[in-house]
Design a protein around this ligand. Structure first.
Ligand code: PHE
Length: 457
């Protein structure tokens, strides 16, 4: 296999890299998934949040560095970067499998990610043109269920979102991905600060914080611990080739350690801020953080209907979600596209649209899994749930485990120290956490859920 590493793009600066990686990290995960998982783990929300935060620091941050290291060292797409570094360090080329899992896993996530993003575009459009008016929780529920029952409507907005995603990727690394992030991320942050302040003003922030951080639990629900860990992976975009692909465009001088601290901190901070804003509004308007993926679409529109300036804030909120989702979805498409372009020398634009097509089709199947095909179940889950569970609970942590073993035990100190140029003590701390804490932590969480909690129910 010849793997070209020449003529690759490079981010225009270290800050550009930090920006695009935060863009990838902050997404539906922080806004839609966090609130719905937290809502679903009623009674053990604090456990979920604490596991999530502990995993960000102890597992996420070290792995973020390891993935960027592989990408930058291999100077290529995830498959070739694994191959190049395995060869350089005298390891088996079977390690390239890890790259394959990443690039396909990312496409799998993208298929349902785009559908959920489509819901947000739908609600954005409604808020913009007529305002979402729902008087009671029942009305909000019916509005959401009407959307979910309509495969054409779901597919339409999913299509729009896939076009947005592929459109950016087609324009290239600097011209597309970097530019999109430079425009959207500052706006996203601005809207978020505004919404949080507003949420605190009209909502009930203390109740939100109590809800998120209360460690008093009735019983630790099955699945909460693995969900907390899975969410750390999901919200930091780990284990799916995205970070590796972005890392491969990073210049040699940037200090990976310092950069990653920024990324992980910003990711977790923005995540918590979103959670605080959402729950503050939820409780402020006496609503229940009902379980289920429709959470923010069933509770927030109610709050927006009743609050002063609600329509403007609804439109801004959904715009924020779209920006967050868009800067993440491009990082889900990039790994595979970079592999195809580099491997076969095909033009990027063709590859971007060509890859988007089958992903879009799978997404249409996801749209149908909520209505016409809802009878079709795998392990008692519909296609949407199945894809999400497979990726978040299994593929991401397991490929994270493999990355930790690869960089911690296989790659060799010379390569690792050459890439991670930290002071001696900081380096040993990181390296030991990667070698011991990460693999043991991931294994323990799996054992806990599998053995003690009856297999991930
Ligand atoms: N981190 C993104 C989010 O929170 C999702 C994502 C996962 C992106 C994996 C890339 C890779 O929404």
């Amino acid at each position: 296999m010849s793997q070209s590493t020449s003529s690759r793009s490079t981010w225009s600066s270290r800050w550009a890299f930090i920006l695009v990686t935060i863009g990838s990290a902050v997404g539906l995960g922080n806004i839609w998934k966090f609130s719905y998982l937290a809502g679903a783990s009623e009674g053990s929300v604090g456990v979920f949040v604490v596991v999530y935060l502990a995993c960000v620091v102890l597992i996420g941050l070290p792995l973020l560095m390891a993935e960027i290291l592989i990408g930058r060292r291999g100077r290529s797409n995830p498959v070739a970067a694994m191959l190049n570094t395995a060869r350089e360090s005298g390891n088996s080329s079977w390690w390239a499998l890890l790259g394959w899992v990443g690039i396909f896993g990312a496409l799998m996530i993208l298929s349902f990610y785009s559908v959920v993003s489509g819901w947000m575009v739908d609600y954005f459009w409604q808020s913009l043109v007529k305002g979402v008016q729902v008087g009671t929780p029942e009305e909000a529920k019916t509005a959401f269920e009407t959307m979910m029952a309509d495969p054409l409507r779901l597919s339409f907005w999913h299509t729009i979102f896939m076009i947005l995603t592929a459109g950016v990727i087609a324009r290239g690394v600097v011209g597309g991905i970097e530019t999109a992030n430079k425009i959207m991320l500052p706006l996203l942050f601005l809207i978020l600060v505004l919404l949080t302040l507003w949420g605190a003003w009209v909502g009930d922030m203390p109740a939100a914080l109590r809800f998120m951080f209360s460690l008093k639990t009735e019983a630790i629900k099955a699945g909460v611990v693995i969900d907390g860990m899975g969410h750390a992976f999901f919200s930091l975009s780990l284990g799916m080739g995205a970070i590796m692909a972005y890392g491969s465009y990073l210049d040699r001088e940037t200090n990976i350690g310092h950069t990653c601290v920024w990324i992980a901190a910003a990711g977790a901070f923005i995540g918590l801020l979103c959670g605080a804003a959402i729950f503050s509004l939820t409780f402020g308007y006496g609503l229940e953080p009902a379980a289920g993926p429709g959470l923010i679409l069933q509770t927030l529109p109610l709050a927006f209907t009743h609050m002063p300036g609600g329509r403007v804030f609804a439109t801004l909120f959904f715009l924020l979600v779209i920006f967050a989702a868009w800067t993440s979805s491009i990082s889900l498409l990039e790994p595979f596209v970079s592999w195809l372009t580099e491997r076969f020398g095909i033009r990027r634009a063709w590859v971007a649209w060509g890859t988007a097509l089958p992903v879009w089709l799978l997404g249409v199947a996801v749209c149908l899994s909520f209505n016409d095909w809802s009878e079709f179940r795998i392990f008692d889950r519909n296609l949407f749930d199945m894809l999400d569970h497979l990726a978040t609970r299994f593929m991401m942590p397991l490929s994270g485990l493999a990355v930790a073993i690869y960089v911690g035990w296989k790659l060799g100190r010379i390569i690792v120290t050459d890439e991670i140029r930290l002071k001696q003590r900081a380096f040993s701390l990181w390296f030991n956490v990667l070698r011991f804490v990460v693999p043991v932590g991931i294994t323990l969480v799996f054992l806990y859920e599998l053995v003690l909690r009856d297999g991930f129910k």
